[in-house]
Write a protein that binds this ligand. Structure first.
Ligand code: SF4
Length: 242
């Protein structure tokens, strides 16, 4: 991060001009398929491929991708907690270990807005469960795509300052189970500017929203992608799309 960012730790930057996309190949990969059909199986019929293409087109047209990020200095990292300059604390042995050399962290949030979810509900109400299911999958891929597109901008800024950004870590994955940390995260980045709210059980609305943090510094020993720390990796639909 450049010094201008360090000096304005609470400032949230909003990005809306993001590349976020989903295509038939990604949607199929999330279900363990390729455009040639099920792995080792038969070719997909043309009308199935056309249905996937229609859903992807619809999903892209409904998505309103937006990303928010804010930099915070790290005051101290102990064996099981990160304490930030603003006094916020994240208790996690895992994160304390992975972010150990961090001089700061970036808190992030992304969403594709509510329109795609409204369409899913309309499909459900009309009894078209297949379209609802596929559109839901496409929405998950799109919000992930928006998140990583925004994160790429953070990585570029960090690199320009001679720093590295760790792979993003987010509450709700198996390596960071304490969903209540969403509340802390929402004090670090102004996700409400994107229209994201938290329920009393710490779920984000719109549902197609993602939040997380990335350590900023030098000398991290973390893998390239956060799923490598998650025990759901082999079964998670989303991780298959990477
Ligand atoms: S495997 Fe799935 S649940 Fe686990 S970190 Fe990756 S996306 Fe999240």
């Amino acid at each position: 991060m450049d010094l201008a960012i360090d000096e304005r730790p609470a400032t949230t930057t909003i990005l809306r001009d993001l590349e976020a996309t989903v295509d038939t190949g990604k949607l199929l990969a999330m279900q363990g398929m390729t455009e040639q059909g099920w792995e080792g199986g038969r070719q997909l019929e043309a009308h199935i491929t056309a249905m996937y293409e229609d859903i992807c087109r619809e999903a892209r047209s409904l998505a309103e991708p937006a990303f928010a990020w804010a930099y915070h200095g790290v005051a101290a990292i102990r064996s099981n907690e990160l304490r930030l300059d603003g006094g916020q604390t994240i208790k996690s042995r895992f994160l304390a270990q992975k972010l150990a050399p961090a001089r700061g962290l970036v808190a992030m949030a992304a969403t594709i807005g509510p329109r795609l979810e409204d369409r899913i509900k309309a499909y459900q109400a009309a009894g078209d469960t297949m379209a609802a299911y596929l559109l839901d999958l496409a929405g998950s891929a799109l919000v992930e795509s928006a998140y990583y597109s925004g994160f790429q901008q953070v990585e570029i800024k960090a690199a320009a300052a001679g720093l590295e950004a760790t792979t993003p870590f987010g509450p709700g994955h198996s390596y960071w189970e304490n969903l209540a940390d969403q509340e802390t995260l929402f004090t670090l980045v102004d996700a409400t500017s994107l229209g994201i709210t938290l329920t009393t059980s710490y779920l984000m609305l719109p549902r197609k929203s993602v939040s997380g943090i990335s350590g900023i510094g030098q000398g991290f020993e973390v893998g390239e992608y956060h799923c490598q720390y998650c025990h759901l990796r082999r079964t998670c639909l989303l991780s298959r799309a990477k």
